[in-house]
Design a protein around this ligand. Structure first.
Ligand SMILES: Nc1ncnc2c1ncn2[C@@H]1O[C@H](COP(=O)(O)OP(=O)(O)OP(=O)(O)O)[C@@H](O)[C@H]1O
Length: 243
């Protein structure tokens, strides 16, 4: 691998007695889409929060495009776009106002029309954030993560809660990101199989396997990624989601 864009080495983070992330090391190459797949509580969100500099690791270190996410915050903001699970946005502002506000933070922002088209919110331009459905709010948070043409994008629970049409639309948007390096947190096997070049399976805060979807399937002698996941973690994500 050429010089990785994201380099995480031996990251650990605990909350009280809970070890959320346990000695996680990852390298993500330029232009690569890496999936983080795991059950609820596996440590996916904490891992991306450490990469984004939103939390400080207890141990280990991380760089993003050569920057220290905690120390080089201002520079990182120009390089990294983050869509987190629960976006805290100003509820009284309209979609167009929020996009305009975020565009003002960057020297060369994507055009508002392009962003809204990407996530299918053109006809919601004048709607206040608080009046959007949950799925529409999520789509807006994806658009906002991409405003500044970031080299690196973190997408947490990209399409959870979206209807099938909106999911496909968002997937096509991610597939259109050619040069960007993407870390995608997901529970959805179909999403990971379609979008990710490599997948890290997390369980109990540790990476239990890392490889292309095809490699993980071949390594376990299973039929698909879902079966490979069960073989590697002993968990069935489909069943847990239904429970
Ligand atoms: N702020 C916090 N305070 C205390 N414990 C936390 C906090 N955030 C996460 N945890 C715990 O750390 C562990 C890992 O959580 P994390 O959110 O990283 O997992 P996840 O894989 O993203 O889960 P999910 O799929 O449910 O979003 C869990 O046991 C969780 O309860």
């Amino acid at each position: 691998m050429n010089e990785p864009v994201i380099c995480a080495e031996h990251l650990s983070k605990r909350y009280g007695d809970v070890v959320a992330v346990d000695d996680v090391s990852l390298r993500v190459a330029a232009g690569e889409v890496l999936g983080l797949l795991g059950a609820n509580g596996a440590g996916k969100t904490t891992t991306v929060e450490l990469i984004a500099g939103l939390r400080t690791p207890d141990r280990g270190r991380v760089t993003v495009a050569g920057l220290d996410p905690r120390r080089d915050r201002a520079a990182l903001r120009q390089v990294l776009g983050v869509q987190l699970q629960q976006a805290q946005l100003h509820h009284a502002l309209t979609v167009a106002e929020l996009v305009g506000l975020y565009r003002s933070f960057y020297p060369d922002p994507r055009p508002a029309a392009e962003l809204l088209d990407l996530v299918g919110l053109v006809d919601r331009r004048r709607t206040r954030f608080e009046k959007l459905s949950g799925g529409q709010q999520q789509r807006l948070s994806i658009a906002l993560a991409l405003v500044g043409r970031p080299r690196v994008v973190i997408l947490d629970e990209l399409t959870t809660g979206l209807d099938p049409h909106a999911r496909r639309r968002v997937w096509a948007g991610v597939e259109a990101l050619r040069d960007e390096t993407v870390v995608l947190v997901s529970h959805a096997m179909d999403e990971v199989e379609r979008l990710c070049d490599r997948v890290a399976l997390l369980d109990g805060g540790r990476i239990v396997a890392l490889g292309t979807p095809a490699e993980l399937v071949a390594r376990t002698g299973t039929a698909d990624l879902e079966e490979a996941f069960v073989a590697l973690t002993g968990r069935d994500l489909g069943r847990e989601a239904a429970a």
